[in-house]
Design a protein around this ligand. Structure first.
Ligand code: ADP
Ligand code: ADP
Length: 225
């Protein structure tokens, strides 16, 4: 069974259509990259997969269920945003633990899970600090930790590396690839960076003006004779 299905998906803002009759099926454990120029509709489509956006037409299903019919807590989705979207007044521990606290997970279990995730991402020395005391790369790791701790089935990334310098971008790209392998999630990743797409993707979905222009493995898209 496919993990995510888009069937005749449309999105309009007023009179402007930004996603047009889009059909796509993503397999379990696949790493799919939405690639295309700014404004082609990548983020809008990703937000629709997350159920963060009303759909103007068609249907998005996750695990065989229509995403907008599911309770946000039951969707099994975690999303990492370009600007990290951390809570500035909370410590790193509380940022990572936020979702579990809302689900009323017992404190001892929260403690244990935050420590495990922090260790994986090298964040254990910073748990008592506020986000503003961390570098951009560290803040992005906190955003990933906060998503990871929910043990999502589907991991969504919206240009997660755009605000990092080149060296850190390389490093985090490798880390994201490793996490995808070890967590065995289905991952959808938005970028306008061809290198990121080619090195991360099982399949690239090339978007243009709200339509799929091309879809295939990096080799199929970039090494055609
Ligand atoms: P990308 O992620 O590929 O840069 P977006 O999905 O952010 O593209 O945007 C696609 C198009 O939809 C753009 O033309 C953008 O201006 C428009 N758009 C996105 N969000 C809104 C909104 N909330 N209201 C109106 N137009 C929007
Ligand atoms: P991204 O960096 O992901 O492409 P944008 O900078 O395009 O995001 O958009 C940031 C926010 O502004 C989003 O929530 C998007 O919905 C909203 N937005 C984008 N374009 C428009 C628009 N033309 N009118 C209103 N809101 C917009």
């Amino acid at each position: 069974m496919s993990a995510i299905t888009c069937s005749h998906v449309e999105k309009s803002y007023g009179a402007t259509t930004v996603i047009r009759d889009l059909n796509l099926s993503i397999e379990e454990h696949e790493f799919v990259v939405f690639l295309g120029p700014s404004g082609c509709g990548k983020s809008t489509l990703l937000r629709m997969l997350a159920g963060l956006e009303d759909i103007s037409g068609g249907e998005v299903s996750i695990g065989g269920k229509v995403v907008n019919d599911l309770d946000p807590g039951d969707r099994g989705i975690a999303m990492v945003f370009q600007n990290y979207a951390l809570y500035p007044h909370m410590t790193i521990f509380d940022n990572i633990a936020f979702g579990l606290k809302r689900q009323k997970v017992p404190m001892a279990e929260i403690q244990q899970r935050v420590e495990a995730v922090s260790k994986t991402l090298g964040l254990d020395p910073y748990l008592g600090r506020k986000p503003s005391a961390l570098s951009g790369g560290q803040q992005q790791r906190v955003a990933i930790a906060r998503a990871m701790i929910k043990t999502p089935k589907v991991f969504l990334f919206d240009e997660p590396l755009s605000n990092l310098d080149a060296k850190l971008r390389n490093h985090m790209r490798i880390e994201i690839a490793r996490l995808h392998q070890s967590l065995k999630t289905t991952t959808v990743y938005v970028t306008h960076d061809q290198l990121e797409a080619m090195t991360l993707a099982d399949r690239i979905v090339l978007l243009r003006d709200g339509r799929i222009e091309q879809i295939g493995s990096p080799a199929e898209i970039y090494e055609r004779p």
